[in-house]
Design a protein around this ligand. Structure first.
Ligand code: NAD
Length: 385
């Protein structure tokens, strides 16, 4: 066949993709771990012939220091004009024990979620077999656990009216949910369950809270549109207990902002450490990817933060926002390979870890990057054979 000007010769290479990614390091160890997440994305671009245009922006304490605003307009404009965001964390000790400070880093985070319409926070809780011993839960209870949390992100007490009464001795935060907010996240949870084990557990406190009764009613209604997915409901207190008693009993969990915040930190113990858990915040526009941990003042600047949650967040970014599943799987396999080789950061090391296998943040990032090359070339060889 003759090749015309419009036709390309056949090639084994995948179509090159150009994508804009904003790196939003934030504060504390956010900066340290996103450096490694970005390194992994750069290597993926090189290995798979993509062009990733990186841009960076400030948020949180750093942004307050520079501009007086925890989410400057310039940052927001960059976030609205990209394909995906890799975020670190916000927070600084200065604010944690001083409630009188009116401008706070977390305001930047909440405003960003609202402005970008990021209403669903996905938190995959999956234990790498190599880390079975790192958890405080017995290996026989943990093995095979694979939970996908959907935490609602733009409603609940975090966004309801809040304040102090005149006497200053009474404070309130309104727990509030609207039907559409529950509907849209419930749909996301049921749709995800269809690609997994077809089970949704909705967590609420419907025995005492009116907002939870609305939550349950709406989830039941939405559930009728997914007759192939089993639905059950649990009260949050019972769920907190069952989550570590029998984590394998869960597939997809959907819950509100406050309960999700607490339960997913608890669930981090299933994955061994806070430093292992990635998350994706999505809505109808750009997606934001971040570790579930905070800025960790206690270890900031020591170079010992585990970057794997940020690296696994980069994998979610590739998969969900950029539609690059093979690239995302390459990252996950590279992380698995590093763990299989016995390398650990301090937070996931145990008594059996040899001293020379305990890596700092940069060394762990470098190990993953090295493995990426090996995993990708193995995959290419398998395709060519
Ligand atoms: P944190 O998640 O920062 O830390 C909790 C504990 O886990 C600490 O002991 C820390 O050293 C450890 N840890 C966390 N990430 C780790 C990693 N990658 N590697 C090794 N160990 C890790 O929670 P915190 O201490 O309650 O909060 C610290 C600050 O972070 C506060 O200012 C808080 O407001 C903020 N915060 C921000 C976010 C966010 O930006 N999304 C989330 C949670 C907390």
């Amino acid at each position: 066949m003759e090749i015309t000007n419009n036709e390309q010769p056949p090639t084994n290479k995948k179509k090159e993709m150009k994508k804009k990614i904003v790196i939003l390091p934030g504060d504390g160890i956010g900066k340290e771990v996103t450096t490694e997440g970005k390194r992994v994305l750069e290597k993926i671009a090189e290995l798979f012939d993509h062009t990733f245009e990186f841009n960076s922006a400030v948020i949180g304490h750093d942004a307050i220091e520079a501009t007086g605003n925890p989410l400057p307009d310039e940052t927001l404009a960059k976030l609205k004009n990209c394909d995906a965001i890799l975020f670190g964390a916000v927070g600084h000790p200065k604010y944690d024990n001083d409630p009188t400070l009116k401008v706070r880093p977390e305001q930047g985070l909440l405003k960003m979620r609202k402005e970008l319409g990021l209403y669903a926070n996905l938190r995959p809780i999956k234990l790498f077999d190599e880390l079975l011993e790192a958890s405080s839960i017995k290996p026989e209870i943990l093995k095979g656990s694979d939970i996908l949390f959907f935490r609602e992100l733009t409603g609940d007490v975090y966004f309801g009216e809040k304040g102090r009464k005149d006497d200053g001795n009474t404070a309130y935060d309104l727990m509030i949910y609207q039907r559409y907010e529950v509907e849209r996240i419930a749909h996301k949870a049921f749709q995800a369950a269809r690609t997994r084990n077809r089970k949704v557990t909705s967590v609420d406190k419907a025995n005492v809270l009116e907002s939870s009764r609305l939550w349950r009613e709406v989830v039941q209604e939405v559930g009728k549109q997914y007759p192939d997915v089993a639905l059950d409901h649990q009260f949050v207190d019972a769920a907190a207990m069952k989550l570590i008693q029998n984590p394998r009993s869960y597939d997809v969990v959907v819950t509100g902002n406050l309960f999700g915040d607490i339960l997913t930190d608890e669930a981090s113990q299933i994955a061994g450490s806070m430093g292992m858990l990635a998350s994706a915040s999505v809505g109808d526009k750009v997606g934001l990817y971040e570790p579930i941990h905070g800025s960790a003042h206690d270890i900031t600047g020591k170079g010992i933060a585990n970057p794997l949650a940020s690296i696994l967040s980069a994998a979610l970014l590739l998969d969900i926002s950029l539609g690059m599943k093979p690239e995302a799987e390459t990252v996950i396999k590279a992380v698995e390979a590093v763990l299989k080789s016995g390398y650990r950061t301090a937070d996931i090391a145990d008594a059996k870890t040899a001293k020379d296998k305990i890596l700092n943040t940069q060394q762990m990032g470098a190990q993953v990057v090295t493995r990426l090359e090996k995993v990708a070339s193995k995959a290419t060889m398998a395709t060519n054979n």
